[in-house]
Write a protein that binds this ligand. Structure first.
Ligand code: 13P
Length: 252
């Protein structure tokens, strides 16, 4: 039985005081239970504070990106060790906004995924096709290549710490969601790809999240799909009530 995950990707939102206020609200509202794992990913500058505020509360703090090297002359970058040193053990890698705006490639993501594995970090690895890919009916192939190119270097045991997030680019921040059937179809496809490479057992156990305009109103039907194990939430994770409603939807 795969435990559901609801992860909030705050993206470039919330300064320090807004971060404190939102986390305090989350702590007031969210009812932790063992059916769902909750994660938030604030911007780098607020990770330290977030970890401190959530010390005795079952919400995990994640980073939105990290570098593949241990350290060195990479101005503006953040390493795995820096994250680990403040208690952050989870990282989102390969988000489409990073692929599109910062030219992250399968090759650099391959190195980042390897680094996350070496450092024993949880890697929430994002895949997803653009609208033009879907229109050209290439979505299955695109996602398959994203997975193969960045993750298939890794051994079976790495997948204990890998969560896959399927985020169709056309559904991110657009208000347009993949239908529950479209999400299910892609999640099942991802499981099949994993099964072919690593075996059924592994494929059955990897958690696959859906992301893209998940809201309280649509979370329930998306999460009810058999291969959907929760969500990676952008906009709606910035509002404690909406985020909580999505967490509640994952419990039922
Ligand atoms: P929205 O929920 O705002 O569409 O963002 C989804 C996302 O990109 C999460 O990583």
């Amino acid at each position: 039985m795969r435990k559901k995950i609801v992860a909030g990707n705050w993206k470039m939102n919330n300064n320090l005081s807004e971060t404190i206020a939102l986390i305090e609200e989350i702590k007031q509202i969210i009812q932790p239970d063992n059916k769902v794992e909750v994660i938030i990913a604030p911007p780098f500058t607020n990770l330290n504070k977030a970890v401190e505020l959530l010390k005795n509360f079952p919400v995990t703090v994640a980073a939105q990106n990290m570098h593949y090297a241990d350290k060195g002359a990479y101005t503006g970058e953040i390493s795995a060790d820096m994250l680990l040193s403040i208690g952050v053990q989870t990282v989102i890698l390969g988000h489409s906004e990073r692929r599109i705006y910062y030219n992250e490639t399968d090759q650099s993501l391959k190195e980042k995924a390897l680094q996350a594995y070496k450092k024993n970090m949880t890697n929430i690895f994002c895949v997803g096709e653009k609208l033009s890919d879907r229109q050209a009916e290439k979505h299955f192939e695109i996602v398959e290549n994203q997975l193969k190119n960045a993750l298939f270097q890794l051994p079976v045991q790495a997948y204990k710490k890998i969560v896959i997030a399927y985020e169709p680019v056309w559904a991110i921040g657009t208000g347009e969601t993949a239908s529950p059937e479209q999400a299910q179809e892609m999640h099942a496809h991802i499981r099949q790809i994993l099964a072919k490479k690593y075996g059924q057992d592994l494929a059955r156990n990897v958690r696959i999240l859906y992301g893209g305009s998940v809201k309280p109103a649509n979370a329930g039907e998306i999460f009810a799909q058999p291969d959907v194990d929760g969500g990676l939430i952008g906009g709606a994770s910035l509002n404690a009530n909406d985020f909580n409603a999505i967490i509640e939807a994952a419990k039922s």
